[in-house]
Design a protein around this ligand. Sequence first.
Ligand code: UT7
Length: 331
Amino acid sequence: MYKSRLLGIGMHVPSNVVTNHDLAARMDTTHEWIVERTGIEERRWVLPGETGADMATAACKEAMEKAGVGPKDIDLLIYATLSPDVNFPGTGVFVQRNLGLRDIPCIDIRQQCTGFLYGLTIADQFIKTGAAKHALVIGSEIHSTGLDQTTAGRDVTVIFGDGAGAAVVGRATDDEHVILSTHLHADGTEAEILWTEYPASKHHPRMSIEAMEQRLHYPQMQGKKVFKHAVTRMPSAIMEGMVANNLKLTDIDMVIPHQANLRINQMVAQMIGLPPERMHNNIQKYGNTTAATIPICLHEAIELGKVKPGDLVCLVAFGAGLTWGSVFLRY
Ligand code: UT7
């Protein structure tokens, strides 16, 4: 049995910055409300012509360069998104084509904000068994083309941003740079508290004028319920990983949490007694980029020198499904 590690991380966000003031010009909201309730100051939204696969391709190129691997070395691609470029095929094959990869398996997965951790876990298993040597794990999202930019959708629309992050996962050769544990969960009993219902194959027809008039093709969220689940599930996922690895809180150098709401992350840190400087947040700049959030946030923490080689890092996420989990690693 092998062990796996992160070999390189890359990210890409659109150049188009959308500020809270830009949103306030389109709907009944204010910069002050958004900052106070979410921490978000601006986000990136794609311009026509930019695709999820394009952003992912740029993120993968950076991750591969940092990992010191080329297209021929990649033998597995996992693409996590809730916003695929087209209904089918999965977006992963477009990234495969863009990068000129071999005819390797490309797996698209749908675990929303926990998608990148599900992807890392799958890659970890492939590496451990020897079925793959170098896996690309991608989180890429375009929310902006599917958001209700009127006052009716303001609770959801102000929090989401577009972007992509990617990691090359490969074999660990020592215990200083290694994925230590992965813990994943899902509970579908309240799946409808955060979802986009239309278009859907269960409806006849999949899309209708009536559904659009009821705005059912836009994401719907019961924000307070989701918030309560987030501040329960994320601390429990961190604790689960700590117990599995026999760690104390002081052993963790940095927590990289999903970025859905700064208040959620501050509450999580407070609940487990984590000093604020050992959690990295960047929701202020990018909003919630769902499956792309964790690699974007980890990438930034590495670039800022907040995560250094050998550091003990906890990745933790929660999202629609509901899904949640943690990954502990030595970077
Ligand atoms: O990534 C997946 C997981 N997602 C999450 O974890 C999101 C979790 N939920 C949240 O982050 C928060 O619930 C939100 C940020 C979405 C909303 O914040 P909130 O403090 O829960 O506000 P609320 O939905 O209870 O709304 C409070 C008030 C309402 O007005 P009334 O009914 O009190 O008059 C809303 O209509 O704020 C109003 N409101 C807004 N006002 C200005 C909702 N959205 C906005 C807005 N601007 N954008």
